[in-house]
Every structure is written in C-alpha cells, then in structure tokens.
Design a binder for this molecule. Structure first.
Ligand SMILES: Nc1ncnc2c1ncn2[C@@H]1O[C@H](COP(=O)(O)OP(=O)(O)OP(=O)(O)O)[C@@H](O)[C@H]1O
Ligand SMILES: [Mg+2]
Length: 269
C-alpha cells in the first residue's frame, strides 16, 4: 500500500502540494484531477522523488520513500515508473534500445554502456513492444514515430522496469482521440493484467471517470476530493475546475475497451 501522509512540497513560499494525505491499495487505477496549477504533477513527481519533499511522508510497503538516498533511491525510481506527457524517449536511439533502458536497474552498467544487452532482456523488451503492437517498429529511430507510437514505447519501457507503481503525468495530453484511447487502454491492461497500481494525472474528467476506479481531486495543492468516480457530482466538478468545468466535461472523448483484452504472452518474465 502507498501512504501519503501530510505531504507538502514548497517552491519558495508557495506550497504546490499542501498537506496532502491519502492511501492507495495495490492494484488500484487512481486518477488525479484538478485545474492547471493544482499540484497534480508535483504530487506525482514527489512520489517518484523527482520533486523535493518539504514536509510529511510517503510510505510504500512500510519503506519510508521520503528518506531514501543513493542506491536505494535509484531502486525506488525503478519500482515506481514515470510516464510523461512528452514521452521522454531518446530520439536518436531505436525503439528497442529505448525500451531496454527500462532494464537498466536490473543489469550491470558495463553491459548497458557497451550495449551488450542480455538476450533475455531483449526478449522481454520485444515482448513488451508486442503487447502494444509496436514490435514491427523495434529498429526505427524513436524520433520518427508519431506521438501515440512514442507513448506506447514509453509504456513498454515502463513495463519492463517491472514496476509496482506507474505514475503517469497527463500521458495523453498531446494525443488525438484515437491515440488517447490506445494509450489509456494500454495503461488499463497493464493495471488489470499485471495488477500494477496506476496513478494517472488527467485533465479530462470524462476520461478519469471512464478509466479510474478512484479519483483524487486537487485544488491549490490540497486534496479536496477522494472517492469513487460516481461520487463526483457536477456540483463538485464545477467547484474543482471553476470556469474550466465545461472544457473538461467533453462527452465526445473515447471510453475504455468494453472488456480488458487478455495479454497473450506476459511481457514481464
Ligand atoms: N519547479 C518549480 N518551481 C517553481 N514553482 C513550481 C515548480 N513546479 C511547479 N511549480 C508551481 O507549483 C504549482 C503546481 O504546479 P503543478 O505543475 O504541480 O500543477 P499541475 O496541477 O500539474 O498543473 P497542469 O495541469 O498545468 O499540469 C504551480 O503554481 C506551479 O507554478
Ligand atoms: Mg501537470
């Protein structure tokens, strides 16, 4: 279980996350919602320890994540994979190598520096690409792919990390509706098939309602809503989003796959 207890993240005098507390059960698909500047990215980044924590604690299975340093911190970052809006692939490298980067925590650094990837890791990476229909593009340079394809590579890279937690910061913000659905369905499949907890920042309320089993609403750094999607009334949504409410409640957005397809071969050995 992930426990966030009185978490505060300050940038100067401003608290981007202000005394946030919640716990997340393993296997949940949690959406973090709220208007621009509410603190959603800072919350996710602080869980991964990319943003500095000013107060409070983050606990994962009784490990005090906020106290980790050095090698243990690197191990935590491998256990909690981040997925970013801008994909963060290495554009000049091919797709397969980008996915293999997710194995870095599992193999000796001299092997990765010499590009001597163990055959088993290559098989795991190719299998992960296959899950998202990307194996045929394994040799292509990452910067030659469309946005949706790049995000699928980023998700494959996260999956081969064998994380226990995936932190996705607006993973579909720069994608069209078709690729939005492909990427959200990919996250849902990982969550349901591998039982990996997903925490996903989303701007669109309809997507959050459609895919998540729980929503955490933030406003000016504080957690102001924490419940199942059905409990989010239009009134609360309006309070959460203020003038942006009509923009985020877009009925034309895609809904998740009716059933979660069973994955053929497990991507993670
Ligand atoms: N590195 C930083 N330095 C200074 N201020 C920051 C930094 N990162 C975030 N902030 C501030 O913290 C607040 C929360 O930002 P954050 O990016 O977490 O919001 P968000 O909910 O993710 O917004 P958006 O929906 O636009 O992505 C904002 O006021 C932002 O300006
Ligand atoms: Mg953000």
């Amino acid at each position: 279980m992930l426990v966030v207890d009185g978490l505060t993240c300050r940038f100067g005098a401003k608290a981007a996350v202000d005394n946030a507390s919640f716990s997340i059960m393993p296997g949940s698909f949690v959406g973090v919602i709220g208007r621009s500047g509410a603190g959603k990215s800072t919350l996710l980044r602080s869980i991964n320890r990319l943003s500095p924590v000013s107060g409070g604690r983050i606990l994962f299975k009784d490990v005090d994540v906020t106290a980790l340093r050095g090698r243990e911190l690197r191990q935590w970052r491998a256990r909690s994979a981040m997925i970013f809006q801008q994909f963060n692939l290495v554009g000049r490298l091919d797709v397969l190598t980008n996915v293999l980067m997710g194995r870095l925590a599992h193999i000796p650094s001299w092997r990765s520096l010499a590009q001597l990837w163990p055959g088993q890791d290559v098989a795991v990476a190719l299998s992960a690409l296959e899950q998202f229909d990307m194996a045929a593009l394994a040799a292509q340079r990452a910067d030659q792919l469309s946005g949706g394809q790049q995000q699928r590579v980023a998700i494959a890279r996260a999956l081969v990390q064998e994380p226990e937690l995936i932190l996705a910061d607006e993973p579909i913000a720069s994608l069209d509706p078709r690729n939005t659905k492909i990427v959200m369905d990919a996250l849902l499949r990982i969550n349901k098939h591998f039982g990996i907890t997903v925490i996903c920042n989303l701007h669109s309320l309809d997507l959050a309602r459609g895919y998540c089993d729980r929503l955490i609403g933030m406003a000016t750094g504080r957690v102001v809503f924490d419940d199942v999607p059905a409990a989010l009334t239009p009134q609360i949504a309006r309070e959460l989003y203020d003038l942006e409410a009509d923009e985020v409640m877009d009925a034309t957005l895609p809904s998740p796959a009716e059933t979660v397809p069973t994955l053929g071969q497990a991507a993670v050995a």
